[in-house]
Design a protein around this ligand. Structure first.
Ligand SMILES: *Cc1c(COP(=O)(O)O)cnc(C)c1O
Length: 346
């Protein structure tokens, strides 16, 4: 893998691209008079000014928290943005392909379709564990990206570390590990491995444990070289100033995130054991995330019965390996009680 040259994986049009150079790229720092960006000069709160295109204040804070350099971070409009950009940077439409585990998060496949990139799904084992050799067998000379998600959505389990390592070492392309649920997991993040694997991209988000789903801010972590390509291709001002300020303020209150995460983690085994007692429940899968995948006797029926009673869960019944499965997010203690009591009545 040390032989890997990221340049050769990038689409030729992106390698050639001369990116848009915005006013805030051409002049950085303080000045007495800014008349370079055709902004309206009147605003007390400075929302009249274009925001920092590289969000350095936010990245400094994240870097300290995650023990990476600010230049190893890309911020996007949710994780959706880096997911889409990974295709736009590395996958030539109709030529290159991506390989992914199944079942997993739907956006990898949707973004492949939008970008007209072939998407090769490879089923996990029946117990949702990862078999690296099966994934690598789906790779050919045109494969540029492999999508992994750990803890995985909707199955909730961590993917085995040594199997992921086999993929990082055995594949001469980009390996994405989506860690949207890492804060709920018992295992360490893959961030600490970034310097060992130049082809690794780790995704995290402010949408889950951080409680900011409506703010739309996701993080991609990778080598400075890969982040350089993200910065080249992204919209110049992709994260607005309101978002930058709000995320920065919440980053200064890590305790709040940790307190809420702990409550959810305390609720998780309680909800598991309550659900396991129910006659309609056949299996509750082990979870390293803030949701449970639950196999029931009749998922469409239970989904509807719950919906009639004002409880909305996610049916995963039509997804591969998830027959009769519902995905239930761990809520407050009160919400979890309502779910269990309602299921008891069915
Ligand atoms: C929820 C989720 C995300 C988060 O997406 P955002 O666009 O950041 O809200 C990313 N990946 C997975 C697997 C998820 O389940």
């Amino acid at each position: 893998m040390n032989m890997l040259n990221i340049n050769t994986l990038v689409r030729p049009c992106i390698a050639r691209l001369k990116p848009y150079s915005c006013a805030r790229d051409e002049f950085k720092g303080e000045a007495r008079v800014f008349v370079d960006a055709n902004e309206n000069p009147f605003d007390e709160n400075k929302y009249n000014r274009y925001p920092d295109p590289l969000q350095m204040a936010v990245k400094q804070q994240i870097a300290g928290l995650k023990k990476v350099r600010p230049t190893q971070i890309m911020l996007g409009n949710g994780s959706d943005e880096p997911i889409d950009l990974i295709y736009r940077i590395f996958c030539e439409p109709t030529v290159n392909n991506a390989v992914a585990i199944a079942p997993t998060y739907g956006m990898y496949g949707v973004c492949a379709d939008i970008n007209n990139v072939e998407y090769r799904s490879v089923n996990l084992n029946d117990d949702y564990s990862l078999d690296a050799s099966r994934l690598l067998a789906a790779v050919d000379a045109n494969t540029r990206v492999i999508w992994l998600c750990s803890p995985n959505n909707p199955t909730g389990n961590l993917l085995n570390r040594s199997e992921i390592k086999k993929i990082l070492v055995g594949f001469n392309g980009i390996v994405v590990v989506d860690e949207a649920y890492v804060d709920f997991s018992s295992e360490e993040s893959w961030l600490s491995e970034l310097s060992n694997y130049p082809n690794l991209i780790v995704l995290q988000t402010f949408s889950k444990a951080w409680g900011m789903a409506s703010v739309r801010c996701g993080m991609a972590f990778a080598s400075e070289e890969i982040i350089g390509y993200f910065n080249k291709v992204k919209y110049p001002y992709n994260i607005n100033k309101l978002t930058q300020e709000f995320v920065l303020s919440r980053l200064q209150n890590v305790e709040l995130k940790e307190k809420q995460t702990k409550i959810i983690l305390d609720e998780r085994p309680k909800l598991v054991s309550e659900l396991e007692k129910l006659s309609v429940v056949e299996k509750v899968y082990a979870s390293d995330a803030n949701f449970l995948l639950v196999r029931v006797d009749n998922a469409p029926k239970i989904y509807n019965e719950l919906a009639i009673r004002g409880i909305v869960v996610r049916s995963r019944h039509n997804i591969v390996l998830c027959n009769n499965c519902l995905r239930i997010t761990i809520g407050t203690a009160d919400e979890n009680k309502i779910i269990v009591e309602t299921l008891k009545e069915l």
